[in-house]
Design a protein around this ligand. Structure first.
Ligand code: DX5
Ligand code: ZN
Length: 225
């Protein structure tokens, strides 16, 4: 058991992957720019077996909300697209450790654009693989499902990575935020919050709920003491 508290106030990041893109403006209207982030899942059909959108749609989302745009790149060779996503309006650019060769260089490249730099890890990637980079990033995204699709079941065993990252953050006095992504609902968000997560990405639990605004409020309440 750990006694280290999580860092700042918890943040919910609704993922537009589960939204109705024909009414994206209405869907994004529930996101409160003062406290939520808007999470954008970019998929290239190589790194993951699904294809979504690129900077063009991120640019459209930028016009529809003032919320922090949290852009999760599930793509090969992400460094080639960092500038394009930043220009489209991304506030955070999260690349996958498994897709990087010069990981530190990619993180530096992201920060040089003025964006916050994040690193994501697939379920099979151990904590030890990402630990060396924690002093050099702003966000650690722990995947709690296999990346590629919304609506999958949360993997509780990933909480070991969250707790380990929280411990290291406290020990080394670092300031990165810990984000969980996949299968987050009110119940699993509480589990992840207890393990030390600060940011909770939620797709189906928000946009596939009968009342998305109420579902988002429920998630905020679930992680707030
Ligand atoms: C999955 C994406 C997630 C996805 C989560 O590869 O990275 O952001 O939108 O969706 P839910 O919350 O439905 O599991
Ligand atoms: Zn995501």
């Amino acid at each position: 058991m750990t006694t280290t508290p999580p860092s700042a106030s918890p943040i919910i990041a609704p993922s537009i992957l589960s939204a109705d893109f024909s009414r994206l403006a209405d869907e994004l209207a529930i996101v409160d720019a003062a406290r939520d982030w808007a999470h954008c899942d970019v998929m290239d059909n190589h790194f993951v077996p699904n294809l979504t959108f690129g900077p063009l749609i991120v640019g459209a989302v930028r016009k529809l909300t003032r919320a922090t745009l949290d852009v999760h790149l599930m793509m090969e060779r992400p460094w080639l697209m960092v500038d394009a996503f930043r220009e489209a309006g991304a506030d955070h650019i999260i690349v996958h450790l498994e897709a990087c060769r010069e990981t530190r260089e990619v993180l530096r490249q992201i920060r040089a654009t003025g964006a916050k730099a994040g690193l994501a890890v697939r379920p099979a990637t151990p904590y030890a693989a990402v630990a060396p980079y924690l002093p050099d990033l702003d966000l650690l995204l722990v995947m709690t499902v296999e990346p590629g699709f919304g609506g999958q079941a949360f993997m509780p065993e990933m909480m070991e990575k969250v707790s380990a990252a929280r411990e290291l953050r406290a020990k080394k006095n670092l300031a990165f935020q810990i984000e969980v992504d996949g299968g987050i609902d009110e119940h699993t968000a509480r589990t992840a919050r207890a393990a030390g997560a600060d940011v909770f990405v939620a797709g189906h639990a928000v946009f596939r709920a009968p009342d998305a605004r109420a579902a988002l409020a429920g998630l905020r309440a679930a992680v707030t003491p």
